[in-house]
Design a protein. Structure first.
Length: 257
């Protein structure tokens, strides 16, 4: 049977799980390629094929899709990866390629949470300057610029891996999923008084939110950017059903393979 090609815009745990599940569900009917931005030196091992590096915007992605005969695209990127999501929508719309957004469930605020919601990293840095205290900052290396000039609060920054260039912060590394017990111990041992994070959602890093709640710590929470329009799935089963429903007719897949 001809192979149908799926491109997963990935880099998340959900994307990795989807690649495994899709190959297990469809076998030789489906060729799965996961696209990674290449921001980490040692990404997790993924099922199927892997492509690393950027595409060069929407036009470059459209060229890749056309050159490689991709039949469908699933955007399983981080909720804050707004640029690649926008490029994915533009490229797929231009080529009439089916596209699905695999969305990560947001965290729900509980009555004991002390969230200070802000629009971006610059606003988070201003809120931290006003609040004071020693902060654990978990927002990724690209968003740290506004925090570099803070004089009062001391920032402990957690990244998946250490960057090539040194940072003007106390640095720790770690890759989720994390447990509540480990996150609570980290906050206590590092004398953390404030948590600065993004409203990323999902289970892998939710433990820090729970730990902050247990310890009564304020959380400066950067809101998610608006999602691109289009079909969405909230879990792997729904994404697999979408893939099945978007398989091209056998003769069409044969002609395009």
């Amino acid at each position: 049977m001809p192979t149908v090609k799926l491109l997963i815009l990935g880099g998340t745990g959900e994307a990795a799980a989807l690649a495994r599940a899709a190959l297990a569900a469809f076998g030789d009917r489906l060729q799965v390629t996961s696209s990674l931005a290449g921001r980490t030196k040692h990404p997790a091992v993924l099922a199927g094929d892997v492509r690393e590096g950027g595409f060069g915007g929407a036009a470059g992605l459209a060229q890749y899709l056309a050159d490689n005969g991709v039949h469908m695209v699933i955007d399983a990127t981080h909720p804050f990866a707004a640029a690649i999501s926008a490029n994915g929508r533009a490229a797929c719309d231009g080529l009439s390629i089916p596209r699905l957004r695999l969305t990560r469930p947001p965290w729900r605020r509980r009555k004991d949470d002390r969230w200070i919601e802000v629009i971006d990293a610059a606003a988070a840095a201003r809120a931290l300057a006003d609040l004071g205290g020693r902060a654990l900052v978990t927002i990724g290396v690209k968003e740290l610029g506004p925090f570099a000039g803070l004089q009062g609060p001391r920032c402990v920054v957690r990244l998946i891996e250490a960057p090539a260039q040194p940072l003007p912060f106390e640095l720790i590394t770690g890759r989720g999923p994390f447990t509540v017990a480990a996150e609570t111990r980290l906050l206590v041992d590092r004398r953390i008084e404030v948590l600065v994070t993004k409203a990323s959602g999902g289970a892998a890093t939710r433990a820090k939110i729970t730990a902050a709640r247990v310890l009564g710590l304020p959380v400066i929470m950067i809101r998610r950017p608006p999602e691109e329009p289009g079909p969405k799935a909230r879990g792997i089963p729904a994404a697999l059903a979408w893939i099945e429903g978007n398989f091209p007719p056998r003769h069409q897949a044969h002609q395009e393979a």
